[in-house]
Write a protein that binds this ligand. Structure first.
Ligand code: LLP
Length: 425
């Protein structure tokens, strides 16, 4: 994954700025985001999917600058809370290009979506239908998509698989709840069903599950057409496009996905006698992930019987992914040259539990010592957005780099920030 460039003096540069310089200027831990890389990835999607609405999935990573870049590049946005929605709208993001998701949308989420005028709201359960219809002001009509569970198992880890029937998202085709929900929506004059949505899961590295989803959704579009005499004009295939976290790992081939999905849609719709629906996709990780690097400072090195532990100044509070999904990263020593032979070490965080491991069994120079700087590539997605306040450690800043310049996008969470929210006795 592409955004880091080796420098002759064993440092790495992102966006033309040496990482050691960024660590000195902004402190550690720090998330570094390569603006060009984000923009390049947005453009690559639009090139591969020319007649498709590409929505960036904000849950992967969102800040005002990110919303701005994504909009400038011509993408829409997928949000799943009033917080994500409101933040995007403060940057001037056009609400009609935003889609609201969620299996349990709060009254605040729905109120914000209706007040700000989001393009579509994705219906995730039958009980949500009447609740949403009642919240639409008289005379109004809200466009909705129906989140369908196609009964397909795909995705990098059980915790991020959402295409199978026995999980919390969406309405199953197999047990008829999707069909039932569509009939209910058609009975609500304030709701306008415009299409079907499905999200199979995340970190999917093969095209095949998407093609199965296309076939099943076309089957449902055809049934809706036969039963109700309507043609739903949109098909949203969600996100989930897998990326490589370490050299040599597989990633989903976006161009291949685009070509095969388009062919499958054309073939399936022709066979069903339906017009080809407008395609929507929602990539998050594949846009933000490879564009980010996280920087840590080594604080301690310890040899136990079996392991050499390298402890850094961050951990599961800024990256819970290894602990949650067993994801493996490839940290690198940056900022100094080492001639020492690589040795197997376990990079651990600073938090109060043994499971706070960032990378087990990775090879780093044998002379690694406190004060060294480590960079962990592919840290742009689901790091800051999943960061916690565990042990009252402030969340790291986000620094953007572009054309040899760095600027702060999100400042470090300070002790004052943390203490301010605590009312006291
Ligand atoms: N659309 C919907 C409805 C989603 O639920 C998601 C992700 C996406 C799009 C974007 O998926 P992506 O292209 O980023 O894979 N925290 C986990 C990932 C959870 C994904 C949740 N939904 C992780 O760190 O791997």
């Amino acid at each position: 994954p592409g955004s880091t460039v080796p420098l002759p003096h064993a440092d790495l540069a992102v966006g033309g700025v040496p990482l050691s310089e960024l660590a000195d200027r902004f402190g550690t831990p720090a998330y570094v985001l390569d603006e060009h890389e984000v923009r390049r990835r947005c453009r690559a999607y639009l090139r591969a999917f020319p007649d498709t609405e590409v929505l960036y999935a904000a849950k992967a990573f969102l800040c005002r600058a990110m919303a701005h870049w994504v909009r400038e590049e011509g993408l829409g946005l997928d949000v799943c809370s009033a917080g994500e929605l409101e933040l995007a709208v403060t940057t001037g993001f056009p609400p009609e290009r935003i889609v609201l998701h969620g299996n349990a949308k709060s009254p605040d989420d729905l109120a914000a979506a209706l007040r700000l005028g989001v393009g579509r709201i994705v219906i995730d359960s039958t009980s949500e239908i009447a609740r949403l219809a009642a919240a639409v002001p008289p005379g109004g009509r809200q466009k909705v998509l129906i989140r369908v569970v196609p009964g397909i198992s795909a995705g990098g880890h059980a915790k991020i698989r959402t295409g199978t029937d026995d999980q919390k998202f969406g309405l199953s085709v197999a047990d008829g709840s999707a069909q039932h929900a569509i009939a209910r929506i058609l009975g609500q004059p304030r709701l306008e069903p415009v299409g079907l949505h499905c999200h199979l899961g995340s970190q999917i590295t093969t095209v095949k599950p998407y093609l199965s989803a296309v076939r099943r959704l076309i089957g449902l579009l055809a049934r809706v057409h036969d039963q109700h005499g309507i043609t739903l004009p949109e098909l949203d295939l969600g996100g989930g496009h897998g990326i490589a976290y370490r050299p040599g790992e597989p990633a989903l081939d976006i161009a291949c996905l685009a070509a095969k999905v388009r062919a499958e849609l054309a073939r399936g719709c022709a066979a069903a006698g339906l017009p080809v629906p407008r395609l929507v996709i929602e990539p998050g990780r594949a846009i933000a992930g490879p564009a980010g690097v996280v920087l840590y400072r080594v604080l301690a090195v310890k040899q136990t019987g079996a392991h050499r532990f390298v402890a850094v100044d961050g951990g599961m509070s800024d990256n819970p992914r290894p602990a949650l999904y067993g994801v493996r990263y490839a940290p690198r020593l940056v900022g100094r040259r080492s001639a020492a032979a690589p040795e197997a070490v376990t990079v651990v965080g600073r938090h109060c539990e043994a499971g706070d491991v960032l990378a087990s069994d990775v090879r780093l120079p044998g002379d690694i010592r406190p004060g060294d700087l480590l960079a962990v590539p592919v840290a742009g997605a689901y790091h800051l957005s999943m960061a916690s306040g565990y042990n009252l450690v402030g969340r790291p800043p986000v620094v953007a780099v572009v054309d040899g310049r760095a600027r702060l996008l999100v400042r470090r969470e300070s002790f004052a920030d943390i203490q301010e929210r605590d009312i006291g006795l």
